[in-house]
Design a protein around this ligand. Structure first.
Ligand SMILES: [Zn+2]
Length: 297
């Protein structure tokens, strides 16, 4: 059984094979951008899904998403997530919205006891936020504003609090803001300025981020929504604001991500759906009724 994106819609088809059984697969903003047509996958038809947990011989594993050649200039430098010939699972090649999949062992990280497959599927977005923190280098005495109260925004909230920062969040959904408060964040209701702004709205609202950033502050950009963004370039230059993009985490952040899912109880962000109820999961996501849908087999 596999869920195929044919270029315009999702179609459920029979037939899936591979060494690993997929146990759970999350749906993320990139998947939604592909379904909406703003982010073009490298091939269609394609099986989406890159936040997932698999099982083999009774053990659960999560998987990095970059298939790489280990021989290009970036790989030789150790920057293998930027491999010149990389193929991302669920974006460039078939992903995990199917019941079986083949994976090279270099991508896999074993899931520790105490995490369900659906919770473990959060490792990918949590690892990508750890990558953001690695490049952003936040200091405990700094203030941070998260723009957006979706999964990336709330995970950023929880992790920046863990780093000891004074964290605020700006969003539109009362239930999600309540969750941010439980993570220890404040809700931004004025127009204060911050040392760090995390742009996690899924829309790339850089002007709004700039309006909240102190001179010489940093803006972390995370959304891969696929559309071009205009912003006040001069304001960024005059205020010497740094824009810090980040994408996938390298291997050494993944075990930490799994531990943080457990310690910070990030599994509470997940809403689990049986695989066949994918339409309900996607429509509830589009209507912002849930934070992180995860389909289970
Ligand atoms: Zn390479």
């Amino acid at each position: 059984m596999k869920l195929v994106f044919d270029g315009s819609k999702l179609v459920l088809q029979e037939g899936s094979s591979g060494e690993y059984k997929v146990k759970a697969c999350g749906i993320c903003g990139t998947d939604i951008a592909i379904l909406k047509g703003s982010y073009k996958p490298r091939k269609t038809p394609i099986v989406l899904g890159h936040e997932f947990c698999v099982e083999k011989d009774g053990k659960l594993f999560v998987s990095e998403i970059n298939l790489v050649d280990w021989s290009c200039e970036n790989c030789k430098k150790g920057e293998y997530t930027h491999c010149e010939n990389r193929k991302a699972i669920g974006i460039d090649v078939d992903g995990a919205l199917q019941d079986r999949i083949d994976l090279p062992s270099y991508l896999l990280h074993e899931v520790p006891d105490g995490l369900s497959a659906a919770e473990a599927a959060l490792a990918e977005p949590v690892a990508s936020v750890l990558r953001m923190l690695q490049l952003l280098d936040p200091k405990p005495y700094e203030s941070a504003l998260i723009l957006g109260d979706g999964a990336l925004g709330l995970i950023s909230c929880a992790l920046l609090k863990r780093f000891g920062l004074d964290v605020s969040v700006k969003g539109k959904h009362e239930q999600r803001l309540k969750r941010a408060r439980l993570f220890g964040a404040r809700v931004e209701s004025e127009n204060r300025k911050y040392d760090i702004v995390v742009e996690a709205t899924g829309k790339g609202t850089l002007d709004e981020a700039l309006s909240h950033t102190k001179a010489r502050g940093r803006i972390a950009i995370k959304s891969t929504h696929g559309s071009s963004v205009c912003f006040d370039y001069t304001k960024a230059v005059v205020n010497e604001v740094q824009i810090v993009p980040s994408r996938c985490a390298p291997f050494y952040l993944w075990d930490k991500a799994l531990k943080l899912v457990k310690e910070l109880r990030l599994g509470e962000l997940v809403m689990v759906y049986p695989f066949r109820n994918y339409e309900e999961a996607i429509s509830n996501t589009l209507e912002r009724k849930i934070v992180k849908p995860v389909l289970v087999f």
